[in-house]
Design a protein. Sequence first.
Length: 135
Amino acid sequence: MPLFEKGKKEDPGNYQAVSLISIPGKMMEHLILEAISKHMEDKKVIRSTQYGFSKGKSRFTNLIAFYNETTTWMDDRRAVDIVYLDFSKTFNTVSHDILIDKLRKCRLRGGKMRWTENWLTSKSQRAEISGTRPS
């Protein structure tokens, strides 16, 4: 059963899918994540300013870095404009085809690429709300 997030309970878009993955599936996901992370680190694909999904960095370390940078600019009497974007549901809607294309552009090749592509393209999801299933 999907987990309710926020908003009207009647709206299926307000539910987060719960993933029930087998132990071998979880192990495979972990191996793929490890392989991709190592590749991205070795090839220096991810910028130092990237905080999300980066080892040792979190939204808190991002907030501290942002605060330090902003206050430095303000101390120097520089203009500071801030734009906040909400990506809270990004991964609920990301296209696997686009993700696979981006990984190829990051020079992910061979077995790591085939594992990832097979894993993403063979997954399917369905949601059941109040005992009703979509057709």
